[in-house]
Design a protein around this ligand. Structure first.
Ligand SMILES: *Cc1c(COP(=O)(O)O)cnc(C)c1O
Length: 368
């Protein structure tokens, strides 16, 4: 692998295959695997990731919004795509592009049935989302009867699955809460089946749910962060391989005297003679200002260099006083060793946020 000479996000497909196989090894052979590729596949590249996953046998994809699903269809992805949070203004497009909506409230259910009927659909596949405690999206238990009767009064749609989402599957201190969500989901599903006389698939688990609640895999699981290489715990992280490495390069090095300032607002004042390296990545690339002022860091020739002063739009400056380095040297923001979790946690964030924030401006390089 050649050294970075500009800011690049390297995506390792072998690592993706590894994570897929590891998660699969946790499932019963008949359990289906949905890959969550929303937010550009957590910042990597949804199209390339989906193409690879389609090749290695994924059963389903999920995105958050219709536009994301359309982009996958435009790229030739033929696997079914669940849209987790569609808005009714996009329902016509959704149907035209063979995307499958999550219907989460009486309002969206009505709107969707109307659109499906207007477009003369028969048995269009839909997924019913239940709220079991996250209190974000989903029908509540009390809405069930009206929902079942609305569904029963049309032939335009057919419920392919019913699902819910866990609030704290990674946190074993919240085990009781999660067990309660699982029980609530089971009881909702049973009553739904009885009342509707249909047998849709059930699914509940995200990555941490897959790992921590094998009894709740039902017919399908939904993994995002695990595919991208994080297990949401120190123990599990060891079994995954981060697929994305963010690398850059030292553009310039300044030698500054004690008492001089660095960057906008003179936020850093040196308390000794310092060597300061400038690196071509900034908040416009998704490296948030919260990493400035010695919260965040990068690695140069294996040594940790703290970000000093404010993060600029296109650049950061790091302290390399004690580091043997020169202009043109490679910079690691995160990789498989110094992970995205590590830098994210330095500023009270999580891997999900730093990965999904990486802007389109950063070049993506794909390793075979
Ligand atoms: C984002 C999302 C997931 C994926 O969660 P991970 O923790 O990344 O595995 C699964 N289900 C729903 C409903 C989601 O919104």
């Amino acid at each position: 692998m050649s050294k970075a000479k500009e800011t690049v996000l390297e995506i390792d497909f072998n690592a993706l295959t590894h994570n897929f196989n590891y998660l699969k090894s946790k499932l019963q052979p008949q359990t289906k695997f949905l890959a969550v590729v929303k937010a550009f596949a957590y910042g990597s590249d949804a199209v390339e990731i989906a193409k690879h996953l389609q090749k290695i046998g994924i059963d389903y994809f999920a995105v958050a919004y219709v536009r994301e699903g359309v982009a996958l269809r435009d790229a030739g992805i033929t696997t079914p795509i669940l849209v987790l949070h569609p808005q009714s203004i996009n329902f016509k497009t959704l149907i035209e592009r063979c995307l499958e909506p999550s219907l989460y409230s009486a309002h969206v259910l009505d709107e969707f049935i109307k659109t499906a009927e207007d477009l003369s659909q028969k048995n269009y596949p839909v997924h019913i989302k239940f709220n079991t405690g996250l209190n974000r999206l989903g029908f509540d238990q009390k809405d069930r009867e009206t929902m079942v009767s609305k569904l029963g009064s049309t032939t335009a749609v057919k419920v392919k699955s019913i699902f819910s989402h866990l609030a704290a599957s990674e946190d074993l201190n919240e085990n009781d809460f999660t067990e309660q969500q699982i029980e609530t989901f089971k009881s909702i599903a049973e009553t739904f089946k009885t009342q509707s006389g249909t047998a849709p698939w059930l699914h509940l688990c995200n990555t941490s749910g897959i790992l921590n609640y094998p009894e709740a895999h039902f017919n399908m699981v939904r993994s995002g962060i695990g595919l991208y290489g994080f297990g949401n715990s120190e123990e599990e992280d060891k079994n995954f391989k981060p697929i994305a490495s963010l690398k850059s390069v030292v553009s310039q090095i300044h030698e500054i005297d004690k008492g001089k300032s660095v960057g906008y607002n003179r936020a850093h004042i040196s308390d000794r003679n310092e060597r300061v390296a400038t690196i071509p990545i900034g908040h416009a690339d998704g490296l948030s200002r919260v990493y400035g002022n010695k919260k965040g860091f990068v690695f140069i020739n294996g040594e940790k260099a703290y970000i000093i002063g404010n993060v600029c739009m296109d650049m950061i400056m790091v302290d390399v006083t004690d580091i043997n380095c020169k202009e043109g040297d490679e910079v690691i923001i995160f990789d498989k060793v110094h992970t995205a979790s590590e830098i994210a946690e330095s500023a009270g964030s999580i891997s999900y946020e730093i990965l999904t924030a990486l802007s389109k401006r950063i070049k993506r390089n794909f390793l075979p």
